[in-house]
Design a protein around this ligand. Structure first.
Ligand code: NAP
Length: 252
């Protein structure tokens, strides 16, 4: 019989209705985890994710919640634990990338929405699952950041800052929650999802040319890195950010 890496574990993935979150949900399910699929507004897509997850034979639940709102997150965690049991694996994946026509305007509305979704939306689920994980002396957390949080991107000042905050949160929290809980981050490069649908052909071509592995990433590429960090195969790794970007941004 196949030895499933996450058999019987409960995993919550925020923003699992589409894109990278969906790929993570399916990969975890294929490896035996029961899955809580969070979404914000797109129930139809969340149901599509559930259909794919359910094919693997694990248990799943769809739970609507806005990750930027504390009350909503408290309910999300409560409902997940009531329906599936205590959360072992948390992936904070929900995120937005709002671009403004003039980046130097530093649009404050965009700033506030981005920080609420990408930074509060990372902190709040972690804050809510931590007491249980500490009590049970077990927990694995992976947060989606971005290479935009590592480089200098004049057109992504707000988004890049929000993702740098995620990287710093993971790094600082890791020592505080050790040794029973591990928390790491995955920093994707350009990945083929709805998030990059507005990119024009020329920019895509340039990006591919500037990527050593010569392609745009797939959600599965990120799911693979996330599952590695959630698994026992990375048992001596915490506080780190794994860049998964085809080689564009080298970390020292
Ligand atoms: P996507 O295709 O746009 O999907 C975004 C997901 O986040 C959807 O499931 C969406 O739910 C959910 N979401 C958005 N706001 C939410 C909120 N307030 N509360 C709950 N859920 C919310 O994005 P993606 O490309 O898969 O990106 C996933 C993560 O990877 C993000 O954190 C993103 O910043 C990061 N990332 C992506 C790329 C890339 O090139 N794609 C690169 C670097 C980093 P609904 O379906 O209900 O709207």
């Amino acid at each position: 019989m196949k030895n499933l890496e996450f058999k019987g574990k409960v995993a919550l993935i925020t923003g699992a209705s589409r894109g990278i979150g969906r790929a993570i949900a399916i990969e975890l399910a294929k490896n035996g985890a029961n899955i809580a699929i969070n979404y914000n507004s797109n129930l139809k897509s969340a149901k599509e994710t559930q259909k794919l997850v359910d094919k693997t034979g694990v248990k799943s639940e769809i739970i609507k919640a806005d990750v930027s709102r504390e009350k909503s997150i408290k309910l999300l965690i409560k409902q997940t634990e009531k329906k599936l049991g205590p959360i072992d694996l948390l992936v904070t994946n929900a995120g937005i990338a709002l671009l403004s026509k003039d980046p130097l305007k530093l649009d404050y509305k965009i700033w506030k929405k981005t920080m609420a979704t990408n930074v509060d939306g990372t902190l709040l689920p972690i804050k809510e699952v931590l007491p249980g994980m500490i009590k049970r002396k077990y927990g694995r957390i992976v947060c989606l950041s971005s290479i935009a949080g590592l480089g200098m991107r004049p057109n992504m000042i707000t988004y890049g800052t929000s993702k740098a905050a995620v990287i710093a949160l993971v790094r600082n929290l890791s020592a505080a929650v050790a040794p029973h809980i591990r928390i790491n981050s995955v920093a994707p490069g350009l990945i083929e999802t709805d998030m990059i649908e507005s990119l024009d052909k020329k920019t895509r071509k340039n990006m591919i040319e500037n990527t050593p592995l010569k392609r745009i990433g797939k959600p599965q590429d990120i799911a693979n890195s996330v599952c590695y960090l959630l698994s026992d195969r990375s048992d001596y790794t915490t506080g780190q950010t794994i860049v998964t970007d085809g080689g564009r941004v080298p970390l020292p």
